[in-house]
Design a protein around this ligand. Structure first.
Ligand SMILES: *Cc1c(COP(=O)(O)O)cnc(C)c1O
Length: 370
């Protein structure tokens, strides 16, 4: 049996190996070193914020970011119902209650739903920019300011995307990114928290590294709870190279998506991904909806494509139906999130994927239409 066409595959530009060897030869193999400093500095510049703190994963990054908001038990944090689970796990780990809100036409959290979900207990809003398309973060930040709430952006799936020309990750009080192998910039495992606030930055740095005391005498006196969420200089060596090629990587993703769009535009029953002019999609993945008119449901489409050697991935499961979701946060119905979850899947869209493979996948999908 031949290998499936994968949904995703890390792209290595070439110089990663040399930088990695440099780090090893210099002896900077752990969580200090010149590549770490460089990676954080250049990443902050790329997003257009003051500070960046590299972490061991994106999940560590979102937990670290939420941990500096000092949430209390029974505090509420508004989150998307249609979301990857890491931000929700982080809210729960902080002891707070996630309050899900339904999706809008961008497949992201709906700003109007956020307004309705705010209570006296609300402390923060976590905005996830899903599958490469930004949420309406400008409106959400305005709502947050009016209600004195913090905003944390989970931009793990939308690195490089912009809203009215401004980079996602630069709108919130804090924002996080992931450099897992399937992300557009990878360090194998890794993540980043960014902020404009020097005080939050100092707390992020302390909490990333166990909250050691400030000087030799108090080094082992801990006034606050911290974590070991450090990134290594080895990961950062790879990150520095990947960051240099970020614009190219995003261009490649967009080119793949536009090719799919052209091939699938007239296939009835397939809805192509959102792409609004105010916040163009950077197509971290190429995601489509299988509508009723298609004649086969999403699950059948997935198994038929698999039979034809094509790997796909279904959409996230609605948060309000997750076994780990506390019922205290569930206050309404989530028709858009449920519909996305039932109908959505994403197709192979890895950098380096040739036109012939894109045509093969699109052709195979089109041929399934009953
Ligand atoms: C990938 C991802 C993360 C974090 O992932 P890690 O695998 O822990 O690096 C967080 N949020 C979203 C939306 C993601 O897609």
């Amino acid at each position: 049996m031949t290998a499936l066409v994968p949904v995703s595959r890390p792209y290595i530009w070439g110089e990663e190996k040399a930088r990695l060897c440099e780090a090893i030869d210099a002896g900077w193999v752990s969580s200090r070193g010149p590549f770490l400093d460089q990676f954080e500095k250049r990443f902050a510049e790329k997003i257009g914020v003051g500070y960046a703190v590299a972490t061991s994963s994106g999940t560590a990054a979102i937990h670290l970011a939420l941990s500096v908001l000092d949430l209390q038990r029974h505090d509420e944090v508004i989150v998307p119902d249609f979301t990857m689970i890491s931000p929700v796990l982080a809210v729960l780990a902080c002891g707070a209650i996630p309050v899900p809100v339904d999706a809008d036409e961008t497949w992201n959290i709906d700003p109007d739903g956020i307004e309705r979900a705010i209570t006296e207990k609300t402390r923060a809003i976590v905005v996830v920019h899903t599958y490469g398309h930004p949420a309406r973060i400008d409106r959400i930040v305005a709502i947050a300011r009016r209600n004195k709430l913090r905003v944390v952006e989970d931009a793990a799936e939308a690195l490089g995307a912009r809203v009215f020309g401004r980079a996602v990750g630069s709108f919130g009080d804090l924002a996080i990114f992931s450099f897992y192998a399937n992300k557009v910039l990878t360090t194998g495992e890794g993540g980043m928290v960014v902020t404009e606030d020097p005080r939050l930055y100092e707390r992020l740095r302390a909490k990333r590294n166990l909250c050691f005391g400030a000087d030799e005498e108090t080094r082992f006196v801990h006034n606050e709870i911290g974590f070991n969420y450090r990134m290594t200089n080895l990961q950062a060596a790879m990150g520095v190279v990947q960051l240099q090629h970020l614009d190219e990587a995003i261009e490649a993703k967009i080119a793949i998506a536009l090719e799919y769009n052209a091939l699938l535009a007239n296939v009835s029953g397939i809805t192509t991904p959102p792409n609004f002019a105010w916040g163009p999609n950077v197509f971290w993945v190429y995601a489509v909806l299988v509508e009723d008119e298609f004649g086969l449901d999403r699950k059948t489409v997935q198994s038929e494509l698999k039979r034809n050697g094509i790997e796909t991935r279904r959409f996230f499961y609605p948060l309000h139906r997750q076994p780990i979701m506390p019922s205290a946060g569930i206050r309404e119905a989530f028709p858009k999130s449920v519909s996305l979850s039932e109908r959505g899947l994403y197709l192979p869209s890895f950098i380096g994927m040739g036109s012939s493979t894109i045509k093969q996948v699109a052709g195979c999908l089109t041929a399934l239409r009953a």
